[in-house]
Design a binder for this molecule. Sequence first.
Ligand code: AMP
Ligand code: ZN
Length: 146
Amino acid sequence: MSDCIFCKIVKGEVPSAKVYEDEHSFAFLDIMPAVKGHTLVIPKTHYEAFLDIPKLKLQALISAVQKVTKAVVKSTGSAGYKIEMFNGEIAGQGVFHAHFHIIPRDKNDSIEFRADKNWWVQKKDLYKEGEKEEYAEKIKKRLEAV
Ligand code: AMP
Ligand code: ZN
């Protein structure tokens, strides 16, 4: 899809803090994270939502989600993690290229949920200067180690 922001990220036409890529899947840090280390994993091909992804591509994608989650959790040292996916506008989807959110969780982390509970508060300036790149590098290194 030519006007899809995530397709543009996959093609390198829009910059991203990339952490992982394989034949079918691509992962990068969320630009408006809920917490530091908030990562998105997407299929490289444009599918709008979960039910649109063909079975084999979904299997590859979910394996990538597991791999990336492991690296996010290990590199952030988080006690737990959320894996979320919003499908359809009513369910909170804002970018209509299927994606899984990986969100590291800790007892006293900075995540805040909105009153409608469908979403968290997005934080534009959560990372200090250069910190986002440091997080991406640490996650990438972990992925290279496995
Ligand atoms: P949703 O479709 O509601 O599940 O969420 C879309 C997510 O994509 C949000 O968390 C956005 O902050 C994130 N996002 C949108 N544009 C970009 C971008 N250019 N780079 C990284 N993350 C993005
Ligand atoms: Zn797309």
